[in-house]
Design a binder for this molecule. Structure first.
Ligand SMILES: Nc1ncnc2c1ncn2[C@@H]1O[C@H](COP(=O)(O)OP(=O)(O)OP(=O)(O)O)[C@@H](O)[C@H]1O
Length: 634
């Protein structure tokens, strides 16, 4: 075990991201902390050494310490401590026992519109609190939403979304790491103003929430592209396509969140409220008033009066000579980057705003130098559009690369890797062909990914990460199996019986069957197992119980028509007589019985026994008749 500061011990790696390595750790017995118990498990994010070695980041880390530490909300992963020790910079936070939303979606497929709305409403709650405190997340994406297991009486396991990585994007936003022409973010979720170097406000988080909402329901982000810059350009120039099957009220919310003009996006508070109204009004059992309220949701989406600003962004960061997207005098960046591959699930990137002529409004920055990537990878340098190619120079390693290499050589325990080493394994688009979401890599709704998390909570066996044991042996890409949450649930067919309370009446989502717990309660009756005698309980529920987020009832999947039965092939025997098969069998049985009878009669003492029985019978009847005659006298 490795000490971090004087208060924590690192036990093992949980996962790795772009900014550092996340460890499962423990509070030391002699730590003497007010709000953490000795021995309590924590998650410790050890930032990469180059971040820790950056004076500017350390200063910002310390300056923002108090605001980040006081961010407290049931849907925010609580930051407990910031440790600065020599060249080590670490964030200590609550350990969350569950998968992140990105992994969850990849395993279980998209959510129903109601479940997605209710989940995002909770994320919007978290954003409302942080925006009120002046903290903009700036890197909203499913990988930054952790799903904590919680146990509520009679409801089994539920997954509770918690937003993490507040302030991290800002830490990486240091001149030592990024240049004025770069930003931190994940291309699929980046707001147009971030992509083009305009001032950023809390509205960038609302944009990220809109992208996430779209993705939760459809399984794919609205703006796609082969290269990162293509995706960024799509954010700037394309309108999001309305996905088929998305309920009108939910689409109204998504569309408003994805407005190019940040001033037209709703505040986090109004977004949370609107999403709950939508969730209540789009279910199959929604009351007419709830349906009407959901259709009028547009009126609830009011912009923030004074949005929190992201310091250091804005006109100052747009350097002279920058070109704008859509500038007809400049070559199209998309065509420059057609060969670059783009991974929508990739980790947070430090991205260039653009090279001359890339149309993204920023001057030269060699993308390959920022986050070292494999040749032809996400940030491969586009071919220079203008002038003859410069003579090939052996490329000097970027300071980051040098530092990373040195860090790896120096320190085996706190592992620091180059970005390309963290790439999570991506399912091939073919993996789920034949259903689901083309190109998303997600399995079809409700269908677990091969080798994914095993269903359901009732069948979940003892797991190595339960209770105080933590999650030994699981790194990024090796998260322990987690049962699907009630988001996957279905509404039971029967209404609640007499005297049974319907806890979800009027909310448009399912009533659980009280005889069952957890996911079982929301299954179709035919799919349920026998009711358990008692719902298993965890000794210490970690989070406040949330109402389950069941799926609305989905239409029965269309059954494939039965293949026409081929007529039975006729016997090749031309003398075929219908029914003879049966007759033959009967005759054969009779023959066997006859042979057996003859054999019995001839080769066993049966005839003798028969004679004995016969004579006994005859003498008995003779005796009975003579006795009768003597009694009656005739
Ligand atoms: N508080 C926590 N409790 C439990 N697991 C965590 C916690 N924070 C992060 N993790 C896990 O650690 C892994 C790495 O997280 P990290 O935030 O570093 O990377 P990321 O979010 O996947 O990528 P990025 O760096 O781009 O944000 C993820 O699998 C995440 O689920």
């Amino acid at each position: 075990m490795r000490p971090v500061g004087s208060k924590y011990l690192l036990e093992e790696t949980i996962g790795r991201g772009a900014m550092g390595t996340v460890w499962r750790g423990r509070v030391r017995e002699d730590a003497g902390l007010a709000d953490l118990v000795p021995g309590q498990q924590v998650a410790v994010k050890v930032l990469k050494e180059e971040l820790a070695a950056d004076q500017d980041i350390v200063l910002r880390f310390l300056r923002e310490r108090s605001v980040l530490l006081r961010l407290s909300h049931p849907n925010i992963v609580r930051l407990r401590d910031l440790v600065v020790e020599g060249e080590l910079l670490a964030l200590v936070m609550d350990l969350v026992d569950g998968p992140d939303l990105y992994r969850y979606l990849r395993t279980n497929g998209p959510l129903s519109p109601i479940a997605a709305a209710l989940l995002m409403a909770q994320i919007a709650d978290a954003l409302a609190v942080s925006h009120a405190d002046g903290v903009v997340h700036r890197d909203l994406k499913p990988a930054n939403v952790l799903l904590a297991s919680s146990y509520a009486d009679g409801q089994g396991e539920q997954l509770h979304p918690m937003l993490t990585d507040f302030g991290i994007a800002r830490l990486a936003d240091s001149p030592g790491i990024t240049r004025t022409s770069e930003f931190v973010g994940t291309p699929a979720y980046v707001a147009p103003e971030s992509a083009s170097g305009r001032p950023q406000t809390s509205a960038v988080d609302i944009y990220g929430a809109g992208i996430m909402l779209y993705e939760l329901v459809t399984g794919r982000a609205p703006f796609q592209g082969d290269g990162a810059l293509q995706v960024l350009q799509a954010h700037l120039t394309q309108e999001p396509p309305r996905p088929p099957g998305m309920p009108e009220p939910l689409w109204i919310v998504v569309e408003r969140c994805l407005r190019k003009d940040p001033a037209q996006r709703p505040s986090a508070t109004s977004l949370a409220h609107a999403l709950r109204v939508v969730a209540a009004g789009i279910g199959v059992h929604a009351a007419p008033a709830a349906v009407d309220a959901a259709l009028a949701v547009g009126a609830l989406l009011v912009p923030e009066v004074q949005p929190a600003e992201v310091p250091g962004t804005g006109p100052g960061s747009t350097l002279p000579g920058a070109t704008q997207v859509g500038d007809p005098t400049q070559p199209d960046p998309a065509t420059q980057l057609l060969t670059a591959q783009y991974d929508p699930g990739a980790a947070t990137q430090v991205m260039p705003h653009g090279a001359p002529g890339n149309g993204l409004g920023q001057p030269t920055a060699d993308p390959t130098r920022l986050m070292p990537s494999s040749p032809g990878g996400p940030f491969a340098t586009p071919p220079s559009p203008a002038g003859p190619p410069a003579p090939a120079q052996p490329e000097a390693p970027h300071p980051w690369q040098t530092q990373l290499r040195a860090a790896r050589d120096r320190n085996q325990q706190t592992q620091v890797f180059a970005a390309e080493e963290f790439e999570p394994p991506q399912p091939s688009p073919q993996a789920y062909q034949g259903g689901g979401y083309p190109g998303s890599g997600y399995p079809p709704q409700g269908q677990p990914r091969p080798g994914g998390y095993p269903p359901p909570s009732g069948q979940r066996g003892p797991e190595p990460y339960q209770g105080a044991q933590g999650r030994p042996g699981y790194g990024r890409g090796e998260r322990p199996p987690v049962a699907p949450p009630p988001y996957q649930s279905r509404r039971p067919q029967q209404p609640p019986g007499p005297g049974q309370r319907d806890p979800y009446a009027g909310q448009g989502y399912a009533e659980p069957d009280p005889r069952y717990s957890g996911e079982q309660a929301y299954r179709e009756p035919a799919q349920r197992q026998a009711p358990p005698s008692a719902a298993p309980r965890r000794p210490e529920p970690q989070h406040r119980p949330e109402p389950p987020l069941p799926r609305e009832r989905e239409p029965e999947p269309e059954r494939e028509p039965r293949p026409r039965r081929e007529p039975r092939p006729r016997s090749r025997n031309r003398m075929y007589i219908p029914g003879l098969g049966c007759l033959k069998g009967c005759l054969m049985v009779l023959l066997i019985l006859a042979v057996a009878a003859v054999a019995l009669w001839n080769f066993t003492p049966l005839p003798r026994y028969w004679d004995d029985v016969h004579s006994t019978f005859t003498s008995t009847t003779t005796w009975i008749s003579s006795t009768w005659h003597s009694v009656t006298g005739n």
